[in-house]
Design a protein around this ligand. Sequence first.
Ligand SMILES: Nc1ncnc2c1ncn2[C@@H]1O[C@H](COP(=O)(O)OP(=O)(O)OP(=O)(O)O)[C@@H](O)[C@H]1O
Length: 257
Amino acid sequence: MSGTPLLELRGIDKGFGPVQVLRDVHFAVHPGEVTALVGDNGAGKSTLVKCVSGIYPIDSGQVFFEGRPVAINSPRDAASLGLEVVYQDLALCDNLDIVQNMFLGREKRSGLVLDEPTMEQLAAETLASLSVRTVKSLRQHASSLSGGQRQTVAIAKAVLWNSKVVILDEPTAALGVAQTAQVLELVRRLADRGLAVVLISHNMNDVFAISDRIATLYLGRMAAQVKTTDVTHSQIVELITAGRSGELGLAENGGPR
Ligand SMILES: Nc1ncnc2c1ncn2[C@@H]1O[C@H](COP(=O)(O)OP(=O)(O)OP(=O)(O)O)[C@@H](O)[C@H]1O
C-alpha cells in the first residue's frame, strides 16, 4: 500500500434488525487514486457508503480519516472532514441553475444578500480548472443539462468544496459512450489532483479503464482489495459472483494468504 490511506475502515459491521449486511469490512482509499468499489446487487456497496457518509450508524468497527480515528455521525460530519458523496439521481436540483446547485446550502453572502458575482466566478474557475468546457451557461437550470453535464457539475461541486474523498455512485450508469468517456476523464483528473476517489460501478470496462485499485464486496464481506494491474476481468467477475478467485490466492479481506 502507498502511504497512509486518506480513509480507512477497519472491521465494520452493520445490520438492520436480524439482517447482517456488512461483516468485518476493511476498506482503504488512498490520495491520488481511484478505488473502484464493485459487487453484485445487494452486496452492500450502498450500505457501506451510507455508513461512511454518516447516514447509517455502524454497529462496530473503526473509521480512520488521514490516519486519525473519527466518528462520522451525520452527513455534516462527513462534509466537514472533506468527504462528499455524489449520487447519480440526487446530485442536482432541477429547478436551480448551475451556480445555485454548486453553492446549495453553502451560499456566499455579502451582508444580507447573496454574493452572486463571487459565486459565479468561483463556479467558473472550478469548472475551468477541471477543463470542463461542455457547459454553455452557468445560469442554465439543471433540468436543461444532459446526463453527462449533470454528473460533471455534481463532481465539480465536490472540488469546489475542497473535498478530500469523493465517492461517486454509478456516475456513468445513464450515459452514452461519449459522455461516459468525458465523465471518466474527469474522475481520473480528480485523482490526479490528489483526491481519493471511490467509484462504485457495475461496468467492468469503466473500472479497468480508470481505477488504480479494485475492492470487491461479496455478501457484505470484502472479498478482495487489489491493484487493478494485478488482476484480470475474469478474476474480478469471479470475485463478484463467487467471493473468491482461485488464481489470486487471496485470504479474506483481500490480504495475501
Ligand atoms: N434499510 C434496510 N433495511 C433492511 N435491509 C436493508 C436495508 N438497506 C439495505 N438492506 C439490505 O442490505 C443488502 C445490501 O444492500 P445494498 O443496497 O447496500 O447493496 P448494493 O451492493 O448497493 O446493491 P445495488 O448494486 O443493487 O445497489 C441487501 O440485501 C438489502 O436488501
